[in-house]
Design a protein around this ligand. Structure first.
Ligand code: EPU
Length: 421
């Protein structure tokens, strides 16, 4: 298992290119299933989760060809309508094949994802929505088995805002008979990006980016091409890194419009941010100031940025109250940050972070993707060496993070563990 070794205490300086968005790329790759032809994608990030999605699609019979950030998919010959447990258990986003398979082939068998480090994360809303579209759904041997001759449009009101739930239902509805309305839809920029990709393939969708998405079903989608949006969470993560470690970073190829809540909070810490349409320049001198955070669905502060802003608060002046409202168990990084000398106490879904003038390096364990990013940021500030273990979590969702940080002046290296044959 690889680890990251960080020698902390160095400020950041330089330019970091931002990659395509994981949480837009994954549903868009799954959207290829809807197309009896080809989908050519650009700006696909180089991540484990993208590799897992391509393997999932290949097992179904989707042909794929990857060349750097370009991925060409051909789903004209799908032979297996299944997502098996061994892949689904490593990536919950695999549930995103359910809607597309069912809509195009009238049948799908997708393993239930099971437990997760950050919360229960059930998929009941995906199932309820597909049932509203006319699917017959049963749970058999740990699999969701869905059948429908042809889905028919319906009005769906989800019980809570769900990102992949909205995406699954939106994809399914593109090929349904008649009009589908999704009320209480997620407004995340990644939902808007998926809608734009589907539109490029011939789908008829309006309202993406609002809480009411209307989809007019069509007979079939057609071949097309699409460029995945930049990753707003990766962008926010590098901004937190400079807010905590100090220095000046220029981030290129980013989408500044999708980052409102994060930029507002980081400005409150004292980070000076200048921006153009696709770049940001962030400069921090001295210690950051504490900022209170309450995570919320978009356009609120993203839960995917909570661990990283907590790392900033660990070394800030003042006390911050961080409330996590999306996932019930997303404070697993707290005890690891405490090992680095942070002063954090948790009461239910609230963490109180008393900023310390410094942290001290230690061995810490990553528990999920964003927790890993938070620990890396804390390691950049900590005096001495920090070893972040289990970084396979980080590799799932960040495109060569340590190389980007090293190019910006961080002392960080990957320690490879050689497994004896
Ligand atoms: N929920 C249900 N039932 C459902 C669906 C969701 O109870 O059927 C609950 C969840 O348990 C959670 C809340 O609703 O408490 C919101 O979950 P949501 O469905 O929005 O999460 P998701 O779609 O599974 C996506 C991202 C996550 C991100 C969340 C919230 C992808 C592939 N994943 O997950 O990203 O945290 O939205 O914004 O888009 C990450 O990138 O690190 C990550 C975890």
């Amino acid at each position: 298992m690889d680890k990251l070794l960080i020698h902390g205490g160095h400020s950041l300086k330089g330019e970091v290119p931002i990659s395509g968005a994981k949480n837009a790329a994954l549903p868009i790759l799954c959207a290829a299933i809807l197309v009896p032809g080809t989908l050519e994608l650009d700006n696909v990030p180089n991540l484990q989760d993208v590799g897992t999605t391509l393997r999932l699609l290949e097992r179904m019979g989707v042909k794929s060809d990857r060349d750097g950030s370009k991925v060409a998919l051909d789903a004209s010959q799908i032979t297996h309508l299944e997502a098996a447990y061994d892949l689904v258990k490593t990536m919950r986003a695999s549930i995103l094949v359910l809607g597309p398979l069912l809509a195009r082939f009238g049948e799908a068998r997708v393993s239930l994802p099971g437990g997760c480090a950050i919360g229960q994360r059930p998929v009941d809303q995906h199932i309820k929505g597909l049932q509203a579209l006319g699917a017959r759904i049963e749970i058999e041997h740990g699999y969701v088995v869905a059948r429908a001759k042809r889905l028919r449009g319906a009005r769906i009101v989800t019980d809570m805002v769900t990102v992949t739930g909205t995406e699954n239902l939106m994809m399914a509805a593109t090929l349904a008979d008649g009009e589908t309305i999704i009320e209480n839809a997620a407004r995340e920029p990644e939902v808007v990006d998926l809608a734009a990709a589907l539109t490029a393939l011939g789908a008829r969708i309006r309202g993406a980016g609002t809480d009411r998405i209307v989809i007019e079903g069509v007979q079939a989608l057609h071949s097309g091409a699409y460029r995945v949006m930049p990753d707003r969470i990766e962008t926010g993560t590098f901004l937190c890194a400079v807010a905590a470690a100090g220095g000046s970073l220029r981030l290129t190829g980013c989408d500044t419009a999708a980052l409102d809540a994060t930029l507002d909070k980081l400005r409150e810490t004292g980070l000076v941010i200048e921006s153009g349409t696709d770049w940001l320049q962030a400069t921090m001198s001295g210690r950051p100031r504490s900022v209170d955070i309450r995570t919320a669905p978009y356009p609120g502060f993203a839960t995917d940025m909570q661990a990283q802003i907590m790392a900033v608060n660990c070394v800030a002046q003042g006390t911050a109250v961080i409330t996590e409202t999306i996932f019930e168990n997303r404070f697993m990084h707290v005890q690891e940050m405490v090992r680095l000398g942070a002063d954090i106490s948790i009461q239910g879904n609230t963490a109180v972070v008393r900023g310390a003038p410094g942290l001290s390096g230690a061995i810490v364990m990553a528990t999920d993707l964003r927790a890993s990013a938070g620990l890396v940021i804390a390691g950049l500030v900590a005096e001495g060496d920090t070893l972040v273990d289990r970084i396979y979590h980080l590799d799932r969702g960040y495109d060569r993070m340590e190389r980007k940080l090293a190019a910006a002046g961080a002392q960080i290296e990957r320690v490879r563990t050689v497994v004896d044959a």
